[in-house]
Structures are given as C-alpha cells and as structure tokens.
Design a protein around this ligand. Sequence first.
Ligand code: NCD
Ligand code: ZN
Length: 413
Amino acid sequence: MQADLLVTGFLFHKGRVLEGGIAVVDGKIWKVGKESTLPKADQTLKTRKLVLPGLIDMHVHLRDMELSHKEDYFTGTCAAVAGGFTTVVDMPNTVPYTDTAGKLKEKMEVAKGKIVCNVGFYCGFPRDLNEVDEINRHALGFKVYTYRSEEEWDPQSIASLVEASRGVVCFHCETPAKKPEPSFFDVDAISALHTENSELEAIKHVLSSVKKSVHICHVSTPASVMVCSGRATCEATPHHLLLSKEDARRIGVIAHVLPPLRNEPERLLRLLSEGRIDVIASDHAPHALEEKEQLAPGFPGLETTLPLMLTLVNDGFLSLRRLVSCLSSNPARILGLENKGEVEEGKDADLTIVDLKAEHVIDASRFYSKAKFSPFDGRKCVGKPYATIIGGEVRMENGELFVKKGCGSVVTP
Ligand code: NCD
Ligand code: ZN
C-alpha cells in the first residue's frame, strides 16, 4: 500500500530522537521507522530536521465576532500555523461572552468556516449550571476568572462546576479587585494592584474549593508553582519566564499584561527546567495598537513562543524532552486529546518540524496576527518552526503557508 505522505528527519519518538520517517495515511500516523522500511508515498517531505509531535497551545484568545478588529479565526489560526502550532484552544472572554451552550455552539459554527488548524474551545463560567452537560459535549473545558464575578469566586459554585465538568477547568487566579486600574502605564501601580500575593491567595482559594485536579493558567511566581504541586497542573507563559518588571519599564505599555511581569523571572525558568511546570502556553492576547495605548492587557504570542523556547533549548535551560512535554504531550493529556501529543502509530498526523539551529530576529511587523507588536520584537532567537503538518497536510513549509479558509477542524471532546 502507498502512503499519502512520507516525512523524514530526526523524529522525537517515545522520548528519544531517532533518524527515520513517518508514513501517513488518512490523516493518521501509519508507520514510524527507518526510512528503508517505509512504503512509498504520493508526497514526501524529506528534511534533516527535528520532527516533533504537533504543538498544542492551550491558552489562546482568537477573538473574532465583535472583537474581529483585534484578531479573527482566520488570522489567529494563520499565526498558529506559522508559529508551529497544530492545535490551539480558544478562550471565552469574547464579545459576546461565551457563557451558554448556545453561544458556544454559535462561535464554533462561525469558526468552522475560517480556521486553518485544529481549534478547541473553552466555555466561560456557565450562566446556568444546568447547561454543563450540554456544554461538556462541545467544549474541551471551562475557564474561570476568579475576580470576574461573585459566582466565580464562590467556593460552592466553583466546586459545583468542577464536579460537573468532564473537561479541564482552567483558572485565571487573582483575588477580586478592590481598587480601579490606573489610567496610564505605571509599572509600580499595576504591580501594587495585581500583586504576587493576590495570585497566590486566589490559587489557594481555588485549590481548597475543589476535590479534583484543575488547571492554573499563567502562573507568574515560584510560590504559585509550588502551591500547585500535586494538586493542580500549572502553565507558564514565555513572557513570565523571560521578561522582568524592569523589562516592562524599558519596553513600556506594549509589555502590559495580566498577571504583570515580575522580578527575577529566572526563578520561574529554573522551575520549568526542573519539570515543575506542566505546560507552556502563549496566552496569545491580540489587541489593536490604540487599545494597547489605553492599557489593554496582553500581546500576541503564537509566533514568538516556539522560537523563544527553542532558544532556551539551545542555551541549555530547557531539554528537548521538557519542551515536548510542555508544548505537546502534557497539553494533550490535560485536554483529553488521546490521539495527539506523541509521534506514534495510530495517532493523528499532526507534526511540527523545527530547524533547531536557525538564527533569526523576531520581527513583529511580519506577524500573521493582526496585532503586529510584541515585547520580544527585535529579540535574537536560535531555532524556529520549519514546517507545520496537520492531519497529514503540510500547512506551512519554510515560512510559507498553504491554507484555505476553513481547512482547519473544530476539536470536540
Ligand atoms: C487577556 C486578554 O486580553 O484576553 N489578557 C492578558 O493580559 N492576559 C485576558 C486575561 O487573561 O486576563
Ligand atoms: Zn488570564
């Protein structure tokens, strides 16, 4: 039998790197082995590069609908594919807000016609807990913002949601605000409002409310990581691992993000290399530049995350094995995506091929994201995505996208 696609290179397979190939049939990995043992294929992609399981970003804001000026499903997923991601999971803080089964399904319907990679969705804290069963059938999980409403802070309602959810429940942890936001970018005022302690207290509050493991988004301090240990999975962003409060002062409002950048990010990075952080997620949060000037928090991350992390591999701060766990196998496991996260026979043929030695400089003006700015703009990196293969289709090679609006799939549980 002839395969549809044959990919060769240095494969990350069962925790090791081996030279060989992957034969793909019907969007699935059919055979993995030495090239000489593999069948012929209609299409071949012979590289001498590293072939990783498709990367999964479990914290992305694709926006669209009434926030399409910031990003839409097409531009956001093009950014994902360009950045080496095969699957992303979209957050519910859209306009309209995603907090009913109806709105979730509407969103998925709109997305279907525009996406170019695999996209799963989280639902926000449901307006009606009786809808959780129905939402469970469509969403990969829920996202709770502990500071957003009384319900999202209430231990009883948190417990009920976590009990009823069949997917992962993710938490943005901050205690409910007591004071208004500053009106201009003042690093000290913002840090005083969004304190390390407020994050830690909120995590403790969530963990003491629930009986099952939950997922804590964008931890920004070592104390937050340590309190999750054995009780919840946790995620860190490249910016909290690599940028400090001093960098925020230097870069200015472009670097404004929640949680804010903290002192000594290298302490968080050490915990990542020690294997105490489960997931690396971009928290891709695009805005219009005018909105950034008005203190909109966040910035795009889909096109910078992989180069930044590969640079850490080259610099010896992160092993390749850790990178693959945090960017693919762990997110797959946490999201319940059993067919993803490994290069293994029978799994989906989602692959990210990287050029580990490519030296380049991040240039935000060339992003596929509508948000063409980044606190990492101008940063030198070593390592970048070379090709993105989704369901056996080459969607990006050597920086060029091969996508049609709607060629992506909505991922359901
Ligand atoms: C996020 C956004 O813009 O949607 N911004 C951010 O700074 N992380 C929202 C959020 O997660 O707080
Ligand atoms: Zn958040």
